[in-house]
Design a protein around this ligand. Structure first.
Ligand code: DC
Length: 228
């Protein structure tokens, strides 16, 4: 059965995008591409180089020049892929709280978005891809034949992030995670360029009370039913 060549999955943090995206890509033998890591990679570089998060000009230049390579997981430590920035393996560094705390302001800069969107579009146009982010259905690949927007209450999402952290041995307080997530939601959805929102033709799924396997099954069914 033919499937849509490109599947766009958007939504706020911890709505289930990466779990669903990875499963779907494996099922369809498509590339799974998580665009959030590109914004995280630039943020990591900003911190690494000691740049101020307010220095829009320097950060834009960094985004235009940085070499971000994403490949299959080459270490079995639970990673979904390996990310190299200027040749250095930063896969886990990108998940640190310092990156979490600064990635939303960095990704709000229009010049950063222009540079990264162009790369994402090139990857998407090759087809056979499940692309996950905030603006895939609205800006990066508006022609995608299947667009899904996963949502959940901020409390449910913070709880998931808390449990994920605990499983990895990181003890962060639920109240801190909730506060940080509310802040990121606010910046991501209120920025002027490519704000977080569902495309008019996206299928919106509220995952608050859905176990992840049910979300996966729902999206897989949509892919099977959708004319490519
Ligand atoms: O999905 P994530 O938590 O790894 O994303 C990190 C940040 O990157 C998120 O707060 C907003 C930004 N982002 C974006 O602006 N556009 C995308 N397509 C993906 C992520």
């Amino acid at each position: 059965m033919p499937y849509p060549d490109v599947i766009a999955i958007d939504g706020p943090a911890a709505a289930g995008k990466s779990t669903v995206g990875e499963f779907l890509a494996a099922e369809l033998h498509y590339l799974y591409f998580d665009t959030g890591i590109m914004y995280r990679a630039i943020t990591w570089l900003v911190l690494e180089r000691g740049l101020s998060v307010d220095d829009e000009a320097a950060i834009t230049e960094l985004a235009e020049q940085a070499q971000i390579d994403v490949g299959p997981a080459d270490v079995s430590d639970g990673r979904q892929y390996t990310v190299l920035v200027d040749g250095r393996d930063v896969t886990w560094d990108l998940r640190k709280s310092q990156v979490d705390d600064n990635v939303s302001p960095v990704s709000a800069y229009p010049g950063v978005r222009t540079a990264l969107t162009a790369q994402q579009r090139r990857i998407g146009q090759r087809g056979h891809v499940v692309m996950v982010g905030r603006d895939i259905g609205t800006v990066v690949l508006p022609e995608a034949p299947l667009k899904v927007y996963l949502d959940a209450t901020v409390e449910a999402r913070a709880r998931r992030r808390y449990l994920e952290n605990a499983a990895r041995g990181h003890r962060a307080r639920y109240s801190d995670i909730l506060r940080a997530m509310r802040r990121r939601d606010r910046i991501d959805s209120q920025r002027d360029t490519a704000p977080l929102r569902a495309a008019a033709d996206a299928v919106v799924i509220d995952t608050t009370d859905m176990p992840v396997n049910q979300v996966v099954a729902t999206v897989l069914k949509l892919a099977q039913e959708r004319d490519p």
